[in-house]
Design a protein around this ligand. Structure first.
Ligand code: SF4
Length: 281
């Protein structure tokens, strides 16, 4: 996609450049019936797919426990099926190239983490001859990310401390400063600081909370049940507005309170990266 702005990412600009910041939620009854909060990313993907703007979506799908895999969704049903995964928890890179090389994929939307968005953006900007599959990517959507877990050691910790078997953990969600562990017998809330030692080491030096290289960045609003959408170029902004115009999402400008909360999270991650970078340099 054309129109990539220069990226500045520091405590003054912790969420990069953007066109608009919205709060949105799905109006589509198929998403509402899944009782998903926000759900705007799934609704936008359904809009793009059902209007024939893209032919597929590459998302993460939870495989087992917290492990994820790249999943190529070609139908609305498959997009809805993947929507149950907590994308920002499951890292996946293996299989991404294979999905993109599939002859079925000609114009796709990618949903992933800020680091994956950066990787794909750089491929689009500086394509290599032997692996130039980036031209197939029409839209890059990044999900807000504070980090992903070293899966095995985190699961060991959950077992040691809470007697939770890995196979019983259904999902993990970040809710404000808490981790909500959803398991087969109920839910468990733990302070996010308790999980920090189990983050991937690389995540501790990563400054990008929102995904500044994406076309659209998205994450749950810290202040409401809406999805925050950050559009970073004109086409991305048009897609979001058109999805609203077609009745897939409800959309309004983000409140000052929501924007402040996102900026605060962004700054927190930039500061964290400074702290850990200075420790290793
Ligand atoms: S914290 Fe950064 S490096 Fe870690 S998964 Fe998130 S975007 Fe990727």
């Amino acid at each position: 996609m054309a129109g990539v702005q220069p990226i500045v990412l520091d405590v003054e600009h912790p969420i990069g450049t953007y066109v608009n910041i919205y709060e949105a939620r799905a109006l589509d009854p198929r998403i509402a019936s899944m009782r998903r909060k926000g759900g705007a990313v799934t609704a936008i993907l359904l809009y793009l797919l059902e209007k024939g703007i893209i032919d597929s979506v590459i998302v993460a799908r939870k495989k087992k426990g917290l492990k994820g895999e790249a999943f190529l969704a070609k139908t609305p049903e498959e997009v809805l099926q993947a929507a149950g995964s907590k994308w920002s928890i499951v890292p996946y890179t293996l299989g991404l190239k294979e999905k993109l090389l599939s002859p079925d994929v000609r114009k796709t939307a990618f949903v992933g983490l800020p680091c994956q968005a950066q990787f794909l953006r750089q491929m689009k900007m500086f394509p290599l001859m032997e692996s130039d599959f980036s031209r197939k990517i029409y839209l890059i959507i990044s999900l807000f990310c504070m980090g992903t877990f070293a899966v095995e050691s985190f699961l060991n910790y959950m077992h040691r401390s809470y007697r939770l078997q890995p196979e019983d953990i259904v999902n993990i969600e970040v809710v404000k400063d808490k981790l909500l562990i959803i398991h087969r017998s109920g839910e468990l809330e733990i302070d996010i600081s308790e999980a920090l030692p189990y983050l991937q080491h690389g995540c501790l030096t990563c400054p990008d909370y929102t995904g500044v290289f994406a076309d659209i960045s998205a994450g749950r609003s810290p202040e409401s049940d809406y999805t925050v959408l950050i559009t970073r170029n004109k086409l991305a902004d048009k897609i979001v507005k058109d999805a609203a115009g077609e009745g897939y999402i409800e959309l309004h400008e983000a409140s000052v309170k929501t924007m402040d909360a996102i900026l605060e999270k962004g700054r927190e991650k930039v500061f964290r990266s400074y702290k850990y970078l200075s420790a290793v340099l």
